[in-house]
Design a protein around this ligand. Structure first.
Ligand SMILES: Nc1ncnc2c1ncn2[C@@H]1O[C@H](COP(=O)(O)OP(=O)(O)OP(=O)(O)O)[C@@H](O)[C@H]1O
Length: 522
């Protein structure tokens, strides 16, 4: 846009009174005068970049620039007398640089550079203004605030990157049994590709750990790893969680819009944990996102392209869910590109010792407590335990024992109590006839009561308050019953919340709410 096209005195004079042109010229002269007087310094260069004039104020900078006399400065090429100037840039592009910091041997200056044009709009020179000398001292409070904000932003970015960094690598997956080595070999291979991976296995077998490790070994390692635990998010919030919300779609906290997990994982890996708990209506949308790599935030009619590698995991029997009409067959096949089955701990007992050592080491490091020695007899007892909760349960038991005793030698007797507290007597049959293992079943819909519920009946009936005991207000009795049922379910599942929620016939999100309400750590 040329200056004349905006301030054309001819055009102005046709619409304004006759003396408009002289008013305009007067205005231009006054503005020039004002700049010359208020700016710390001002200079004019011609179309060849030669300094043709400097203001009285500008003369103060000459000694610092290395000149005794005005004549040593005026008449010379601007970039020869003012190091680092961008005046030539303005002459070349015809675009002003309204605010800039210029630093050279004379100091730092807040400057402004404006092209000058003739009536045809051709650049015939440029005006340079020194708005402020040494702004680093004058503007110190502002600069300080700016650098503090910048520092805070950098810290937040670092924290976020740290948070999104893969927590585990293949080295974190402990085990050298043939089963463990095979699963690591397959996972390493698949890490070199961009294929969708489906991790299958009971609860606590290390599916999430392996998902992190695959990401860390893939070409996406430098990009985010984003996890969503589908079972932990209420159905009504899942769509927004996955695909995000467009600005203005809602009032309140989401008014500004929010990125979904797909967007956050762009360029990286999205880990969909407990995929078997995905509500049916959302499965079609997920399938589309996986196939097209396109998402549509809630309340928006625009699609966003994403580049996301998906790793899904489940402890549920997906083919069975498909047969029951609870999981879309097309989504199942889309996810089941590379299935990896993680062995249960009871099927790789050869790794138990190495796992115990690694977990004990980790617990000691985290808690600052001394290392413990574990006797052969204790190992024999641990090997005979059914380990329904797998490595998570093993860790819980170990943690409990370490917390309960100061003894440096951990014997079978130490573990016996913790294993009993886990709900299953060491060496006792894994399940009584008619009971069902919490994981790999859970055939019911999210939150629906399960037939497995009868497993916790004993806890429920005793908690209900035995006949003849003191009566208490109903709300209190109900709260107590709820608390006891939750504790029993958690004990039974080795602390696994999803399995406990299934046993109780509630969603994991509800379980979390109730844990908080009862002040239970879970
Ligand atoms: N092979 C392993 N080596 C070391 N630690 C392991 C291994 N497998 C699992 N763990 C540990 O056991 C715990 C549970 O693992 P993880 O959460 O990966 O299991 P999961 O299969 O995803 O469980 P869920 O299905 O319940 O979500 C974590 O603390 C993890 O570090």
């Amino acid at each position: 846009m040329s200056v004349t096209s905006v301030f054309d005195p001819e055009a102005v004079s046709s619409e304004l009174p006759r003396d408009a042109r002289s008013v305009f010229e007067l205005a231009a002269r006054s503005m020039f005068q004002l700049f010359a007087e208020t700016a710390e310094g001002m200079m004019l260069v011609d179309r060849h970049g030669r300094v043709v004039w400097i203001s009285e104020g500008y003369k103060q900078f000459l000694p610092a620039l290395g000149f005794q006399h005005e004549s040593d400065f005026v008449g010379h090429a601007v970039d020869e007398v003012v190091p680092n100037t961008l005046m030539r840039e303005v002459l070349r592009t015809g675009r002003p640089i309204l605010v800039d910091l210029l630093t050279n041997k004379a100091g730092t200056f807040l400057v402004s550079r404006i092209p000058l044009r003739d009536e045809a709009g051709v650049v015939i020179g440029a005006l340079g203004l020194v708005l402020m000398a040494h702004p680093e001292s004058t503007m110190q409070p502002l600069m300080k605030k700016f650098s503090r904000l910048q520092q805070e932003l950098d810290d937040a970015r670092k924290q976020l990157a740290e948070h999104r960094r893969p927590k585990y690598t293949f080295a974190s997956y402990i085990g050298s049994s043939p089963q463990a080595l095979e699963v690591k070999r397959q996972a390493r291979r698949v890490a070199q590709t961009d294929s969708t991976v489906l991790l299958l296995g009971e609860t606590g077998t290390g599916k999430e750990l392996l998902a992190h490790a695959i990401h860390a070994a893939s070409s996406r390692a430098g990009r985010p790893f984003i996890g969503v635990n589908i079972a932990a998010v209420p159905d009504t919030l899942l769509e927004a969680e996955f695909f995000g919300v467009a600005p203005g779609a809602y009032t309140g906290a989401d008014r500004k819009g929010r990125d979904g997990k797909f967007k956050l994982a762009d360029g990286g890996t999205l880990f969909l944990d407990e995929i078997g708990d995905m509500p049916l209506p959302l499965q079609a949308k997920l399938l589309r996102a996986l196939q097209e790599q396109e998402i549509e935030p809630l309340g928006s009619n625009h699609v966003i392209r994403v580049d996301v590698r998906v790793i899904a995991a489940t402890s549920r029997d997906l083919p069975r869910l498909v047969a029951e009409g609870k999981f879309r067959e097309d989504l199942y096949y889309r996810l089941n590109v590379v299935p990896l089955r993680l062995p249960a701990l009871r099927d790789r007992l050869a790794d138990l010792e190495a796992l115990v050592e690694a977990l004990e080491d980790d617990i000691a490091r985290r808690t600052g407590m001394p290392h413990r020695e574990i006797t052969a007899e204790a190992y024999a007892l641990l090997r005979s335990h059914p380990w329904r909760g797998n490595i998570r349960e093993l860790r819980n038991v170990l943690e409990q024992v370490i917390m309960m005793t100061d003894d440096l030698r951990l014997e079978a007797r130490h573990f016996r109590r913790a294993l009993r507290a886990g709900g299953v007597q060491a060496g006792a049959p894994i399940e009584a006839p008619g009971t069902v293992q919490p994981e790999l079943h859970g055939s019911g819909a999210r939150g629906a009561a399960q037939p497995e519920d009868r497993e916790i009946e004993p806890a429920v009936s005793t908690a209900a308050g035995p006949a003849g005991s003191e009566l208490q207000p109903l709300p209190q009795a109900i709260a107590e019953l709820e608390r006891r049922s939750i504790t029993a379910a958690l004990r039974k599942t080795g602390g696994n919340k999803l399995a406990a929620a299934r046993l109780l016939g509630i969603s994991r999100a509800t379980l979390y709410e109730k844990l908080a309400a009862h002040g239970l750590r879970g």
